[in-house]
Design a protein around this ligand. Structure first.
Ligand SMILES: C[S@@+](CC[C@H](N)C(=O)[O-])C[C@H]1O[C@@H](n2cnc3c(N)ncnc32)[C@H](O)[C@@H]1O
Length: 456
């Protein structure tokens, strides 16, 4: 690996005695991690059925290191959203956010969805997760990951932070700013990050981060928590970004949060200010933890009795229940208990909107909440997202196949399966984890696993 010379010179100057240890970390294999999706599985149960070589990641209750040979991305459990493959250091961000069921949470720079799916797991489908990505193609990938993990209470948006700030003033209890950065901490994983790196780019990133933090600050309610993170070592994007933000915003303070073995304090001497509190931020160094480089700061906005709740326009749910008739018929035939909530139609796509969501007017919406399916002329076709979000106990008809069975491979390849039973929609599961739909007619289960996801 040939790292940029300016980068190496800068790191040597910053790290001095520690530099040799730091550089040696580039000769080591990168650590691999996965995080269980607590919307779909219980940790104890997964450990019992697990086939991989997993060891716990100390800073994430449901996080594990795995070994290359485990190949968790090539397993039916991955398709069923039982876990999310995520760089181990990056999982610390979710731990520091610590979202609680019922809260309103924003992930401002969210694609491909590592932090968002962690937050969704914490929220347990109770509360509102607004997850946003500025680039349309990346927003699509984010939305697919939200779908795969079976999240019901997430709205996926494709907006700039500026537009969101106008829409959601003082609205969120927690905000994550996992900022676009110069990616120095990812050089071991990602060659593009090395190629795109320059001293100028570090400064450009720092200026963009300052802009994003300003917008995020206006969206946090007084008393709320904001977590800022990067995967870079550059002080301009870390200690300096946070210290100058705190200087501009006396209504914020840096929170003290529990540390973990190997995490290092933020460096006051790199911050450009005499701000001791910078020590409460964290650096994860690749030579001190099993993970890539990361920086995390937890900020709290002070309570302010003067701030009045602004007038808000909430989503207007569908009033004309006659329009729902085909769905309600499907629901009666399929579910044991028909789910309740506020319905909205986007064209012919039916959703249940998470409660407390503000109006969608003026926003680019990729996913308006829990995607139920498509309203066809006289019938309803359930979505793949709906299948992934259900449990076997939610539906009248389901079939669970073993992960290593020929039938599950046939299903994932798009094949039909012979079956005897009542006609209708069947939830296909792998070892009890929902995976997709099939429709039974003439003793055959017709495959409804999405074409774009099928295995070759
Ligand atoms: C570090 S990545 C996010 C990773 C993500 N949080 C995860 O855990 O999977 C930063 C994201 O910010 C997006 N981004 C780039 N420019 C932006 C801007 N000006 N405002 C907001 N987001 C931006 C990038 O497209 C990228 O998806």
């Amino acid at each position: 690996m040939s790292l940029p010379k300016d980068f190496l010179d800068k790191m040597q100057e910053l790290l001095q005695d520690e530099y040799d240890l730091f550089i040696k970390s580039y000769e080591q294999e990168k650590s691999l991690g996965l995080r269980l999706n607590l919307l779909k599985t219980d940790k104890d149960h997964f450990i019992k059925i697990n086939h991989m070589h997993l060891t716990p990641i100390p800073w994430v209750l449901e996080g594990f290191f795995y070994q290359q040979a485990d190949r968790p991305g090539k397993h039916p459990y991955h398709e069923a959203g039982v876990y999310y493959i995520q760089e181990p250091s990056a999982m610390s961000v979710g731990t520091f956010v610590g979202a609680l069921p019922g809260e309103r949470v924003l992930d401002l720079c969210a694609a491909p969805g590592g932090k968002s799916t962690h937050l969704a797991s914490q929220l347990q489908n109770d509360g509102l997760l607004v997850t946003n990505e500025i680039y349309p193609q990346r927003a699509k990938i984010l939305s697919q990951n939200i779908e795969r993990m079976g999240v019901k209470n997430a709205v996926v948006l494709n907006e700039s932070p500026q537009t969101l700030a106008k829409h959601f003033p003082s609205f969120f209890d927690r905000i994550v700013v996992d900022a676009p950065c110069s990616g120095e901490g990812m050089f071991r994983k990602d060659e593009v990050a090395q190629e795109e790196w320059s001293l100028d780019n570090v400064l450009n990133c720092a200026s963009r981060q300052a802009d994003i933090l300003e917008e995020a600050a206006t969206m946090l309610r007084p008393g709320g928590r904001m977590v800022y993170s990067t995967c870079t070592f550059a002080p301009e994007e870390n200690e300096q970004a946070i210290a100058s933000f705190i200087e501009r915003h006396p209504e914020f303070k840096i929170e003290s949060v529990d540390s973990y073995e190997g995490f290092s304090e933020g460096r006051v001497e790199w911050s450009g200010y005499e701000m001791e509190e910078i020590k409460r931020t964290y650096r994860l160094w690749p030579h001190r933890v099993h993970g890539e480089g990361h920086y995390v700061a937890v900020l709290k906005k002070m309570e302010d009795p003067e701030v009045r709740e602004p007038k808000r326009q909430f989503v207007k749910p569908l009033k004309d229940k006659k329009k729902l008739a085909p769905y309600l018929e499907f629901a009666k035939e399929t579910f044991i208990n028909v789910p309740s909530g506020d319905y909205v139609l986007f064209g012919d796509q039916l959703y249940i909107v998470p409660s407390g969501m503000l109006s969608f007017d003026g926003l680019k919406v990729v996913r308006a909440g829990w995607h139920l399916g498509t309203m066809k002329k006289n019938r309803f076709e359930p979505s793949h997202a709906l299948a992934l979000s259900l449990n076997q106990a939610d539906v009248k008809h389901s079939i669970s196949l073993a992960a290593d069975s020929e039938e599950i491979a046939t299903y994932l390849r798009g094949g039909t399966l012979p079956f005897e039973g009542e006609k209708g929609w069947y939830l296909i599961c792998v070892d009890g984890y929902s995976l997709g739909w099939a429709k039974l007619a003439n003793h055959m289960l017709k495959n409804h696993y999405p074409k774009g996801l099928r295995w070759n």
